[in-house]
Write a protein that binds this ligand. Structure first.
Ligand code: PMP
Ligand code: GLN
Length: 380
């Protein structure tokens, strides 16, 4: 019998992390911080567990956390979301993405993704029976090619995925892009899935253009985020989805039977953290900006050429001065022979651009980790 996901193998993040372990490589591949979670959050989690917050949370999430998310959403983006009917806590952004797609995409519906894009989008669309339509971002700077995007919209388009700050490039959507998206979807029943997991990691004074800043988008969007990125705890797998009432109701139909609820003690901890330490997310951009700058300075000692990084915690580097290998092979060679794990870009594409010589390095790392990687990369 035909398998349901014939194109899917093991995700590149697992492949590269396993390879890094096997070859004792410095792992700048899979995106995760190697520094600790804030003490307050760990204490708060331990307290929640000691206080007996260990049974099922309400299906849509612990009320205190949904209220804290509503307060943060209002403070950051001026958007009022009702904690009872418009905010749902999920097991990471990944679950939220799956729930949203399964909730609204019917067999034969077209869903547009912008390549390169995060690798879980297409399988979610495929499982829903949708048709994944890949539209290439401008290969020069990963900005939106509006002509191509407009041309890809048809009467069967049900959903458009957007992602800013962008994984893997760090590119940002501008206010002008948001305006063009509003014009593109106006008068249609297209739903937007805005993946905003890096919402607090922007550099050089840039502003995050959340879909929630734009009422005309907010009224048709699933806005997905993840505490894993904001609080250095990717393994806790708590995220959330903000969507208008009607979309949230459909979303919750899937969520309630997919996981029912997410890890309860962490929900209590995040509620306290958001309310008592709003400076953490406010200062996250500056925190990562110094890591970005440190890595870029050190990369000058290698033959890797760094591309601009406006947001997120990934640095793309061009390795064409070193090798002419396609990027998956280059990443394997770099890991096995030179001891540095990176992520090749080809898995983020339906059709990787001919001759693209880019890999992704994660700089959510201690200086010692970055130094160890640079010491090896200098030899390459
Ligand atoms: N979207 C993007 C763009 C991501 O980079 C990630 C995490 N790597 C996710 C979604 C999934 O987030 P989570 O780990 O919270 O499921
Ligand atoms: N989002 C992370 C990245 O892009 C990986 C998440 C995962 O491993 N599933 O590296």
């Amino acid at each position: 019998p035909q398998t349901k996901l014939p194109k899917v193998g093991t995700t590149i993040f697992t492949v590269m992390s396993q390879m890094a372990m096997q070859h004792q490589a410095v792992n700048l591949g899979q995106g995760f911080p190697d520094f600790p979670v804030p003490d307050f959050l760990v204490e708060s989690l331990a307290r929640a567990m000691r206080d007996g917050k260990n049974q099922y949370a309400p299906m849509m999430g612990v009320p205190a956390l949904r209220e804290a998310i509503a307060e943060k959403t209002l403070a950051c983006y001026g958007h009022t979301a009702c904690p009872d009917s418009e905010i749902t806590v999920t097991s990471g952004a990944s679950e939220a993405i799956f729930d949203a797609v399964l909730a609204v995409v019917r067999p034969g519906d077209e869903v547009i993704v912008l390549d390169p894009c995060y690798d879980c989008y297409e399988p979610a669309i495929d499982l829903a029976g949708g048709v994944c339509v890949h539209v290439a971002l401008d290969p020069a700077d990963f900005s939106v090619d509006w002509q191509r995007l407009r041309a890809a919209v048809t009467p069967r388009t049900r959903m458009i995925f957007i992602n800013s700050p962008h994984n893997p490039s760090g590119a940002l959507w501008t206010a002008d892009d948001m305006q063009r998206l509003i014009e593109l979807v106006r008068g249609t029943d297209i739903v937007v899935l805005s993946d905003e997991v890096y919402e607090h990691i922007l550099f050089d004074g840039a502003r995050h253009e959340s879909a929630l800043r734009y009422p005309e988008l907010a009224e048709r969007s699933f806005v997905v985020s993840s505490f894993g990125k904001t609080y250095h705890c990717t393994g806790w797998k708590i995220g959330y989805c903000v969507a208008p009432k009607a979309l949230s109701a459909e979303f919750r139909k899937v969520h309630q039977y997919n996981t029912f609820c997410s890890f309860a003690p962490a929900q209590w901890a995040f509620a306290e953290m958001i309310r008592q330490h709003p400076e953490h997310h406010a200062e996250l951009g500056a925190f990562y900006e110094s890591k970005r700058d440190y890595l870029r300075t050190q990369l000058a000692r290698t033959r890797l050429r760094p591309l601009p990084v406006p947001g997120g915690y990934f640095q793309l580097v061009d390795y064409s001065a070193i090798s002419d290998l396609p990027n998956a092979e280059f990443a394997r060679w770099l890991c096995v022979e030179k001891g540095v794990a990176a992520i090749p870009l080809s898995p983020f594409y339906e059709r990787p651009p001919e001759g693209q010589r880019l890999i992704r390095l994660c700089f959510a790392k201690n200086a010692e980790t970055l130094d160890a990687a640079i010491a090896r990369l200098e030899q390459v």
